[in-house]
Design a binder for this molecule. Structure first.
Ligand SMILES: [Zn+2]
Length: 576
């Protein structure tokens, strides 16, 4: 592609609402343009990358034996009504009325539609297993669309659905998908972890997320440095407990005046104690009850586990007025002594030998507080795993906390949809049984943005070869005939070798061209200038090399071969 003929509208300014690197860079480098809130155009470069991600996903899905189909994006409301999701989805579902007043919705995901196919087309155990997938546009009316392609209201997704005769078959289908996902994320050149996830309201029995490790990611995960263990902090098992340092006190609880010091950091500083000595007492609403959860000051409450310990579906942090009503004190001064409601104490907090906690009186705390002596409660593991915790899976490993972006999710659905919609089959014993389903998603357009979140620097994008819009960015300096002729020759030779080249043939200053090349982020840059050419050389620089002096001189005659080999090697090997 000749730059002069292309549509690559690079700009200096990022959109005002862009906070993520990917949103800023995709906009500045001319890959996408906003059409409406959470709705984007893919300009030529953006669409090339989207199609490359899609191609990798499609190749690996096909290789795994999955069958590609295409279901509609516009869906009759009846299907979601059959499973109850018409109501469950709430305002996130885009609802439409047709001219006859009929209910329709735009597909946010396609479980009902694919289950409808299965109930019509699958009859016998002999036809199983089946895995049907599609790459289709999805719609979700997000309350706050943000991050450009990270969380849009219209986005491209690959969603696959497996159908098996039993749980064992479903597990085999799940394992096949897991392996396909590993190949997909490896080929994309991403650093990621497959983590145990909470299947939440979907009710799956086996579930994992593919988290791309990015500091700006919205999910917190912990991973072991010594083995494969990784989990969302909400589901990570907390193994070891340590006592926070202080020996059990024999002193009785003592009131201390802590005027205005409600927050953990303030109190610890004011009293000269460590956060691990604080018994952080938080109030939660669980059903109709207000309960107290106690964790150490250096730990956080795992609300999923707290809910489980209390045998409720969900807990909600109590509001200010609830806290004041339950403790008689302002937020920041709650504590277990004298608290009338139920108390759940984290295992680590229960071992604190001499704790500091709120006195249930505004501006007062208590020192020398010990669980078992001064207060009682249900002991359970209700804290989030964090950096430094012992790995629950291996002997010596320690957990480190990372932030990630969820780029894929695989789980076994069971019979929730098939049972609700009557998608059954006849088994070997002539019995009618519901199909056992699995479902497997990858956010294709989100992966475009996620890749940039992991691969960029201050100057622009640094695409892995496998998804880059072009393999080689050819820059010619000046308008000399010799330079243009050498450029044309290299451009043609690379094209014949199957290398995708963007040739910046514009009549622009070198500085402008180099700036654009860095911003656009093609993995290999080759520069042809009069001076180099006089010495018989062109200059090759990988986008990952930031030092301008480190450009490599390659003889003109070898340039096409050398570049083609590097492209080939990068595409074959790990692309990172
Ligand atoms: Zn481990």
């Amino acid at each position: 592609m000749l730059f002069s003929r292309a549509l690559i509208p690079t700009v200096k300014e990022a959109p005002a609402d862009a906070t993520n690197a990917s949103h800023v860079l995709l906009s500045r480098a001319g890959y996408i343009r906003k059409v409406g809130a959470g709705i984007y155009d893919y300009l030529p470069l953006g669409y090339r990358v989207l199609r490359k991600v899609e191609a990798i996903v499609r190749q690996e899905m096909d290789r795994s034996g999955a069958l590609e189909i295409l279901m509609p994006a516009l869906l009759p409301g009846e299907l979601f009504k059959e499973t109850g999701r018409w109501d469950l989805y709430g305002p996130t579902l885009f609802r439409i009325k047709d001219r006859k007043g009929g209910d329709y919705n735009l597909g946010p995901t396609h479980e009902e539609i694919v289950t409808d196919i299965a109930r019509r087309e699958i009859r016998s155990w002999r036809e199983l297993p089946k895995n049907l997938y599609q790459v289709q546009v999805k719609f979700r009316d997000e309350p706050r669309p943000r991050g450009g392609l990270l969380r849009g209201r219209e986005f491209l997704m690959k969603d696959a659905y497996s159908f098996d005769a039993d749980e064992e078959g479903a597990k085999a289908s799940y394992e096949t998908m897991r392996q396909a996902y590993v190949r997909i994320f490896d080929r994309m050149g991403l650093t990621y972890r497959m983590v145990q996830a909470d299947s939440g309201a979907i009710g799956g029995s086996t579930s994992a997320e593919f988290q791309v490790l990015v500091d700006s990611g919205e999910d917190a995960i912990v991973a072991c440095g010594s083995c494969d263990y990784a989990a969302n902090v909400e589901v990570a098992t907390v193994k070891a407990v340590h006592d926070g340092g202080a020996a059990p006190t024999s002193e009785p609880p003592a009131r201390v005046h802590t005027p205005g010091h409600g927050a953990i950091e303030d109190v610890t500083k004011f009293l000269g104690v460590t956060p691990a000595q604080m018994l952080k007492s938080l109030l939660y609403v669980a059903g109709t009850e207000v309960v107290m959860a106690i964790v150490r000051g250096d730990h956080d409450v795992n609300e999923v586990r707290l809910a489980r310990a209390l045998h409720v579906d969900e807990v909600f942090l109590a509001g200010e007025s609830d806290v004041e009503k339950a403790t008689g004190a302002k937020v920041g001064f709650a504590g277990p002594l004298g608290f009338k409601g139920r108390i759940v104490v984290d295992r680590a907090a229960s071992l604190v030998g001499s704790g500091v906690t709120g006195a249930n009186e505004t501006d007062w705390h208590l020192r020398n507080v010990r669980y078992g002596r001064d207060f009682e409660g249900q002991v359970a593991d209700i804290r989030l795993a964090t950096t430094g915790d012992a790995c629950p899976s291996c002997e010596a490993g320690k957990l480190t906390q990372y932030r990630g972006i969820e780029a894929g999710h695989i789980f076994i659905l069971g019979t929730r949809y098939s049972a609700a919609m009557g998608a059954t089959f006849i088994d070997e014993k002539q019995q009618t049984r519901p199909l056992v389903m699995g479902c497997y998603g990858i956010g294709v357009s989100r992966l475009v943005a996620t890749t940039i979140e992991q691969h960029h620097d201050d100057n622009g994008i640094r695409w892995p070869m496998s998804v880059a819009p072009y393999h080689v960015h050819l820059v010619t300096i000046g308008r000399e005939d010799a330079v243009l002729a050498a450029g044309k020759a290299l451009y043609d030779a690379l094209g014949s070798a199957g290398v995708e080249v963007l040739w910046d043939d514009r009549d622009e200053r070198p500085g402008v061209k180099f700036k654009d090349a860095d911003l656009i982020g093609v993995p290999l840059r080759v520069t042809i200038g009069g001076k180099g050419l006089a010495g018989g050389n062109v200059e090759v620089k990988p986008r990952t090399e930031v030092d301008p002096k480190k450009a490599e001189l390659v003889p003109v005659a070898d340039a096409a071969r050398v570049l083609a080999e590097r492209v080939k090697a990068a595409l074959a090997g790990p692309a990172r």
